[in-house]
Ligand binder design. Structure first.
Ligand SMILES: *Cc1c(COP(=O)(O)O)cnc(C)c1O
Length: 225
């Protein structure tokens, strides 16, 4: 079964409605996750004025976005996938925000790449919120140290990011990420963002404090393979 695509305007309305229910200002950053989808699927959203997109592979981003960025130069690209240290330089060149900083070696690689490019790219620290073996993200116990290392390396912090385990109610994991941000003194000015919520659960995430939601299949349809 092919999943239905939700128009951008409907997703925006649903964000606004959820913010009303949660008594929040509707200043949520909607990241349209366009990974695996070709440029011609992305252009309609750009033409509707959307300017914040997410990708999960450096190489795919370079291949797809070169021309698109020439046409729509005010676009912001967010990296939402695992990043290998040897791709740090390219990631710093191409992305405006990185959501997957999760280990000391990557702090080092990104700090070096940012120094070299003379460009500071805000980073979310990804937390392995469900303690899953196969998932990226730092262990909850390692978060204070990693935050300190990132600060010491002069990496601008955007906040915390998580991808909860699949097939189980995500709300407790979102609430936990919010608590971790507060426990670690991440205030709103100082990287207190929360990148959480995807197509199936972004409204729940907004209720629980998300500042950045990452929505792919609701906007673009199911990914192949
Ligand atoms: C693919 C991806 C998304 C988008 O997921 P959908 O369920 O398609 O909305 C969000 N976050 C990350 C980290 C992803 O890899």
């Amino acid at each position: 079964m092919k999943s239905a695509v939700t128009p951008l305007s409907e997703i925006r309305e649903s964000i606004t409605r959820t913010c009303q229910v949660a008594s929040r200002k509707p200043d949520i950053t909607l990241i349209a996750v366009s990974k695996t989808h070709p440029a011609e699927r992305i252009v309609p959203l750009l033409e509707q004025g959307h300017r914040v997109f997410g990708e999960n592979r450096v190489q795919e981003t370079q291949e797809k976005w070169g021309d698109l960025l020439e046409r729509f130069p005010d676009t912001e690209l967010h990296l939402v996938g695992q990043l290998q240290s040897n791709k740090a330089e390219e990631a710093v060149d191409w992305f405006d925000c990185i959501h997957s900083l999760d280990r000391p070696s990557l702090v080092k690689a990104l700090a070096k790449a940012m120094d070299k490019a003379d460009r500071r790219v805000p980073c979310f620290i990804q937390v392995n919120i469900g303690a899953e073996d196969q998932k990226g993200g730092c262990a909850i116990a390692d978060l204070p140290d990693l935050l300190k290392q990132a600060r010491d390396a002069n990496i601008p912090l955007a906040g915390l990011m998580c991808v909860p385990p699949v097939g189980i109610e995500p709300a407790p994991f979102f609430a936990l990420l919010d608590k971790l941000a507060r426990d670690n003194g991440l205030s709103e000015q100082d990287g207190g963002g929360l990148s959480m919520g995807m197509s199936s659960d972004y409204e729940t995430a907004i209720m629980l404090g998300a500042t950045h939601i990452r929505v792919g299949s609701a906007l673009f349809g199911e990914r192949e393979g």
